[in-house]
Design a protein around this ligand. Structure first.
Ligand SMILES: Cc1ncc(COP(=O)(O)O)c(C=O)c1O
Length: 499
């Protein structure tokens, strides 16, 4: 249980008492999951104080911005989470494709700070993490560990980021600014995206040090639950907002590229509420779910060659494989003036939609391409929407541009290159590498996780197998109100909300 973040009672009262004192001294109040799901419920006094806080400061109040309702300036609040509805002129399909912007999250300009908070908060309030003594270890492919380092800084505790050496330079630049000790607090593991096993190995080595606490997003249910209640509710709100002006609009599917599969859990919420299908997305260069495959790719943020413990596989309806040449090329095309001119003049893509593409990082394109595959596979019409997220924006990948220009476009990019890339990767994005999962397919994917979790990571067979049953995931939902009550109690004991 302690390995999986499933505690709902105080595990160590002494640690809890020290943590409360630590937070009181630093003036840190914790938001509940319910407040992050619906920020209009955040106390008015906190919202008022937040207005003067820079969203990129390590200020405790920024914990109250770890949600989908930040305005475009990332400072104010909006009534409906920021999103764009991609039209047929951009997608080539009739179904509206709705993309929510993750880059509006504070401090790291990616929604993964939500996952970091979702893993941390339950450990704090159950007395399993003592910021005055423990070191927080954040294993990731680059964004989650930044979110972890951001919340570690806020808590004034030691934090260590573990990520593969091949991730974009922007991630490392950010980390060097934020960690306390750049020589020791950034652990670069071998390889790139697909080398999650090496990340686990680094964690297991660090776990031998008694004061290290590993926040393993791949196995920590706080990650899945915070996405279920916050991302799920936010996407549902975005859908309902659009449905209010589009009679009969159905929320057909949700696509999400899986790293830890935390974000995918929003699908559990959407399926319950709207009957939405859940589509996991991976790189065709590393088709683990589709083919039990392996390989390298550049869709940064989606770790592979494993099935995360928090992935609700038996509730997943389909898997879409995306070629990383497609995500690289479309990301690049939309950044170039020639590419945008081509889309505007040749296809009539509206300027506001083109402007929104700056909010799409590489995995956002994978999610969008998967949504287009869904629309083609199921032959969706204009009243059947597919929703997805742009986890981070293009600004996190500028250092990749030279390599993309060289490897994908042979070193030069003009309108002709734009047309070729569009034809090949967007219009040509067909229903290959798409599989609807039946029960046996789901069991195949589920069973693949055995080798990582039971054989390598020492999870009990009982805990592993329990996740095959819908009841396990249903009952998991009870943790959220239990944790929220503990967060309220924690804040009350700091006395900070009474001031
Ligand atoms: C850019 C990017 N896209 C997608 C993902 C996958 O999200 P999740 O871990 O919730 O599956 C991540 C995870 O770190 C990411 O950083």
């Amino acid at each position: 249980m302690s390995q999986l973040g499933l505690e709902r009672h105080v595990v160590n009262p002494d640690v809890l008492a020290r943590t409360i004192a630590h937070f009181r001294e630093r003036g840190i109040v914790l938001p509940t999951f319910a407040e992050l799901a619906d920020p209009s419920t955040i106390p008015a006094e906190i919202r008022a104080r937040l207005a003067a806080v820079d969203p990129d400061d390590a200020n405790p109040l920024n914990l109250f911005r770890v949600h989908w309702y930040n305005a475009a300036d990332r400072t104010g609040l909006v009534d409906v989470p920021g999103h764009v509805v991609l039209p047929t002129s951009l997608t080539g399909v009739a179904a509206p494709i709705i993309v929510a912007f993750g880059e509006r999250f504070p401090m790291i300009t990616a929604h993964k700070v939500l996952a970091a908070y979702g893993c941390l908060a339950p450990r704090l309030v159950t007395g399993q993490f003592d910021p005055s003594r423990h070191k927080a270890i954040w294993p990731s492919t680059g964004n989650y560990c930044r979110g972890g380092i951001a919340v570690s800084r806020i808590m004034d505790c030691k934090g260590v980021a573990i990520l593969p050496e091949g991730m974009s330079q922007e991630r490392f630049d950010w980390l060097e600014d934020w960690v306390l000790d750049a020589d020791n607090d950034i652990v670069r593991t071998f390889g790139s995206e697909s080398n999650v096993k090496e990340i686990y190995d680094a964690c297991n080595a660090l776990d031998l040090v008694p004061d290290n606490v590993i926040f393993n997003q791949f196995a920590e249910f706080g990650n899945a639950l915070v996405h279920r209640v916050c991302t799920g509710a936010a996407l549902s709100h975005v859908y309902r907002h659009n449905a209010a002006t589009h009679e009969g609009l159905e929320l057909f599917a949700f696509t999400s590229a899986t790293g830890s599969a935390g974000t995918l859990s929003a699908g559990d919420f959407l399926k319950d509420k709207h009957g939405t299908k859940i589509v996991a997305v991976e790189a065709t260069q590393c088709p683990t779910l589709l083919r039990n495959g392996f390989g390298e790719h550049n869709i940064q943020g989606i770790g592979d060659k494993h099935v995360p413990f928090v992935h609700n596989v038996m509730n997943t309806d389909a898997v879409a494989g995306i070629d990383d040449a497609a995500s690289d090329s479309l990301y690049y095309l939309c950044k170039q003036p020639e590419g945008r001119a081509y889309l505007a003049e040749r296809h009539g893509v509206p300027q506001d939609v083109l402007a929104a593409t700056k909010s799409f990082g590489l995995s956002s394109w994978a999610n969008i391409l998967a949504a287009i595959k869904v629309a083609k596979f199921y032959d969706l019409g204009p009243d059947q929407a597919v929703i997805t997220v742009a986890t981070d924006g293009a600004a996190l990948y500028g250092s990749e541009d030279k390599k993309i220009l060289r490897t994908r476009f042979g070193g030069t990019f003009d309108k002709l290159s734009a047309a070729e890339a569009w034809g090949r990767y967007l219009l040509g994005n067909d229903i290959d590498w798409f599989q609807e999962l039946d029960t046996i397919d789901r069991q195949r994917v589920f069973n693949l996780g055995y080798y990582t979790w039971v054989e390598q990571q020492g999870v009990s067979l009982e805990a592993f197998s329990a996740r095959a049953k819908p009841a396990f995931w249903r009952e998991l939902g009870d943790l959220v109100p239990a944790w929220d009550a503990m967060i309220d109690d924690f804040n009350a004991r700091t006395g900070l909300l009474d001031d």
